[in-house]
Design a protein around this ligand. Structure first.
Ligand SMILES: [Zn+2]
Length: 322
């Protein structure tokens, strides 16, 4: 016997029936909501962990770690996440945890998963290095396009907001908390790590990844490894990586350095052997990388970023040949 309605017809009917009871205007779904779960590291310091995935429509771009610190002057945040909606959820959470308004918001670097939540905050309270602000100006529109493509509706209403305060090398005193800014580079041309003198916690931003493969679209591998050597010399009680779990060890620093050494060696070797980019992408990764989330995915992306750099550096320009 023939069904009374085709599957498509019943879906359409179901949809219109649903819209009768839905408070949303027709054609507009309920906006996505970020569920932020703070993890307390010690008194007055929390982290919300990002998902160890690439940016997608399920996670809404919430892949980076964000820190909240209490101070006698108000809440201090480190990074603002991927979207306006994330920034708003973060502000609410920070006020709940500390019972105070927002005193200061630091941005570790210009990548979109760390700074598109800025819109929720007073720009005068947003602080970053000059290099990060320059990077946001240069890449902000392109990042916005790619975030809307990758994360979809989570980004609705998100716009670029530039910080008004510039972080230089001097200690930052906010109420009873003193943060030492460490101006470095390598992951991007300007990376900010922050050391909290009260707790000994090092907030490393994306200079450190742990159990999640590092991203390299703006990386200078040599510089990055030098920055990691400097970070490993700091006697920190805990390290908060930009991506991955918080640990009271230098495992993240060592693993990031080992990853960078491994991929730059593999890609450089492939180039020297005359492999083309599609052959370099298929090379097997060493066994120790198997436990690292997104290892294959980020290796392939790194080949795409780094192969042109090798070509530019090692092939003489045609107009320079004798
Ligand atoms: Zn990141």
């Amino acid at each position: 016997m023939k069904p009374l309605l085709t599957r498509r017809q019943s879906l359409l009917l179901g949809g219109s029936a649903l819209s009768l009871f839905c408070c949303c205007p027709p054609g507009r779904a309920e906006p996505h909501r970020y569920e932020l779960t703070p993890k307390k590291l010690t008194d007055g310091v929390w982290v919300t962990r990002g998902s160890d995935e690439a940016i997608n429509e399920r996670n809404g771009g919430a892949i980076a770690n964000v820190a909240i610190l209490d101070s006698s002057e108000g809440a201090i945040l480190i990074d603002t996440g991927p979207s306006r909606r994330f920034g708003e959820a973060l502000m609410t959470l920070a006020k709940e945890l500390t019972g105070k308004p927002i005193a200061r918001v630091y941005l570790t670097h210009f990548h979109p998963d760390h700074m598109f939540g800025n819109q929720a905050f007073d720009p005068a309270k947003l602080a970053a290095t000059k290099g990060t602000i320059d990077g946001m100006k240069e890449y902000g529109n392109a990042f916005s396009d790619s975030m809307y493509r990758a994360a979809g509706d989570w980004m609705r209403g998100t716009e670029l907001v530039l910080p008004q305060a510039v972080v230089e090398g001097a200690p930052e005193d906010i109420g009873n908390r003193r943060l030492r800014p460490l101006l470095m580079r390598g992951h991007t041309p300007s990376d900010l790590a922050l050391f909290d003198e009260k707790t000994g916690i090092l907030f490393a931003g994306d200079l450190v990844f742990l159990d999640r493969a590092p991203t390299t679209p703006h990386a200078d591998i040599e510089r990055w490894r030098m920055s990691l050597a400097n970070l490993s010399a700091i006697p920190s009680a805990m390290i908060v990586p930009g991506h991955g779990p918080v640990e009271s060890s230098v495992r993240g620093v060592e693993q990031t350095s080992r990853w960078l050494e491994t991929i730059s060696h593999m890609i450089g070797d492939a180039f020297e052997r005359g492999l083309d980019i599609s052959e370099a992408i298929t090379l097997p990764l060493p066994d120790w990388t198997k436990s690292i989330a997104l290892a294959r995915y980020e290796y392939e992306r790194s080949v795409m970023h780094l192969y042109p750099q090798f070509e530019a550096a090692r092939w003489p320009r045609i107009d320079e040949r004798g």
